[in-house]
Design a protein. Sequence first.
Length: 354
Amino acid sequence: MTDKIKVAIVGSKFAADFHADSYSRNAEVVMTAVAAIDNLEPFSARWNIPRTYSDYRKMFASEKLDLVSVCAPNFLHHDVVIAAAEAGINVFCEKPLATTVEDARAMLQVCREAGVKLFYGEDWCFSPPLKRALEIVAEGALGQVLYVKAKECHNGTHSPFARDKKTCGGGSLIHLAIHPIGWVLHLLGDSGRNKVVEVFARCNDGLENNYVHKQNSGEDFALAIMKFADGQHALIEGNYITVGGMDDKVEIYGSEGNIKVDLTLGSCVNVYSRPGYKYALEKADNTTGWTRPAVDEFLNLGYVDELAYAVDCIIADRQPMYGCSPELGLACVEIISAMYASHASGAVVRGQWG
Ligand SMILES: NC(=O)c1ccc[n+]([C@@H]2O[C@H](COP(=O)([O-])OP(=O)(O)OC[C@H]3O[C@@H](n4cnc5c(N)ncnc54)[C@H](O)[C@@H]3O)[C@@H](O)[C@H]2O)c1
């Protein structure tokens, strides 16, 4: 027991749940504490976590931790990561790394100076179907990759923090499209060598300018183009106007072939039900008629393996690969910031990101 990696979680709701589920599957881990401002008792009881805190700083001071998962709202990532680093604790930070480029840069610097590992959670880099697609690309089956289309879309966020631009950092671009952006960097970025050199984006402007979510101060629709130094293009979508369940799709086009991955709606289980059943997939609003329920959604989306990977890095004292690194997290925040600038100006924004 004492040799196990001691883990705590900041946050007690949606993301905290898939972190706790993933850790509970890992024989190397013991979850010792959780800090949040609500839902502490049901969450700790459900996952058998012995100690709860209403203040994450007190938790960091009181617990002897090897790793903390940051599953708090976006605007808190900076403060929580820095407090953890100053307490000498390795950190796994949910997306986005931060809500501003300055905060993200400061997080990298403080973690580096404190000598703690900072993991950035882009779960798509660990999703088994997407890993299989990358293996096939690496074998050369597609020839030269030329163009990628990737999206995460659904019918609206469950989290009040994500509906407010101030606590989210934006709308569906930073909250959803960050997954395809991070994953396309993982696919094409060659660990930071092949930089993104141009971006162009169109978004809604929030509130009454949104298509559907008039209460959200952030956009409910975002489309963006990324161009890489080696010439490839990516078309990225993140929106809250897609009903019928979370729609995560990837298409990779090469000179000799292409790959299409339906991460969420493409289950091999087909159900027809008149009364319906408990749960089909994230953000699906009904389970009657024909449905295709997810099979082990947390594994399929990559959560289980990303956290197992971080635990392995701590055990082996290894820095994370690019797809789980703070450099990837920073690049995503920089690119998204350039995309918001492109939307605001209506122009292509040029730079060097990745
Ligand atoms: N990788 C993914 O696919 C994915 C999916 C969902 C959410 N996320 C990320 O996870 C994070 C949390 O999102 P969520 O959907 O769980 O949000 P949520 O609204 O469901 O939960 C927010 C949690 O933060 C806690 N919290 C708020 N203020 C706090 C504070 N001052 N100190 C400690 N805890 C505090 C709340 O108690 C709550 O438990 C976000 O950054 C989000 O982007 C990632």
